[in-house]
Design a protein around this ligand. Sequence first.
Ligand code: NAD
Ligand code: UD1
Length: 332
Amino acid sequence: MNILVTGGAGYIGSHTCVALLEAGHRVIIADNLCNSNLETLNKITKITSKEVIFYQIDVTDESAIDNIFSKHTIDGIIHFASLKAVSESVERPLIYYYNNVISTILLTKACEKHSVKRFVFSSSATVYGKNKVPYVETMKLLPTTNPYGETKAISERILTDMAKVNPDWSVALLRYFNPVGAHESGLIGETPNSIPNNLMPRITQVAKGKLPRLYVFGNDYPTTDGTCVRDYIHVCDLAKGHVAALNKLSKGVHIYNLGTGQGTSVLRLIHAFQETNNIKIHYEITARRPGDIAECYADVSKAERELGWTAKRDLSAMCRDAWRFEKKHAGP
Ligand code: NAD
Ligand code: UD1
């Protein structure tokens, strides 16, 4: 299939392009490079020995989108392009609503105009809000605590409504848990363009000496060791979940949790990183981070049952590959 991948130069997008190319699909990337760089495209080719078609466009630009849909026969779209920093979304809500919601509207409009019937959307576990774990796809969504999360919930609703009036569409709403790690080649991975907020990039930056220590945000949560529990998933497993969704998708709207189903505490992840890579991570317990929830992990049985997909890589592989990439990566 010819797959249009918006945000394909980014972290999850680049790994998914590799998985798509390896599965025999052709890839057209649309990315404005606001949080990625061109070099990633060469690396995708280096890993797969296959070329991608690239358009440096903003997916809030309707005519630029239309140009791609007119030039290529597109069999399906995976829409990753989005801004994703939760705290920034609280400070600059309009930029988030504009970028993340307008892009979904315009891409959906282009799909309708050009009869593209397969749409895979990058959603997030954050849409579950304060539901009880494990999160199941049938749960009623609760309000999220930030504009970023709202843009995901709104985009889900737009796609759901559009699929109602286009009954021959197949839409997958993929709710990711916590993607970590990198491609085993060490060529592509996560390259935050400022000090990262997320746990794994902070661990690798402490390991590399870029940050003096890791602050663990709270050890008084009602969890086994008092630190927050998350469902970390290797980015290559997540990438394969997209290929499975594209291949297996039937008509209608289908929601899938993409996680491992395993909860891991902050301290457990630090220890796994230390043991796997034989590096000491200096950490200090500090106050809770506002907005954090104690536990977030998936019920993954639906993706297994309907897509035949499960995450294969364990915590040790996540820690090994994240560290391999950080060591190789020449960035700041
Ligand atoms: P990323 O920032 O690495 O990738 C996003 C890509 O989209 C970047 O290459 C960026 O340049 C591009 N982009 C953003 N706005 C654009 C626009 N208007 N026009 C064109 N390109 C644009 O992020 P990621 O971690 O790879 O996330 C991919 C998707 O998955 C996002 O939708 C994100 O919200 C979602 N998601 C990510 C996580 C996570 O922890 N990384 C968790 C849940 C959901
Ligand atoms: C965050 C976002 C979430 C988003 C997800 C993936 C918030 C409140 N939530 O989730 O919406 O979908 O990233 O991008 O920002 N931690 C530390 N020290 C650190 C960094 C993190 O102790 O330096 C802890 C956090 O308190 C949390 C856990 O590690 O308990 C994981 O944090 P993080 O990687 O930021 O992911 P989430 O909080 O799950």
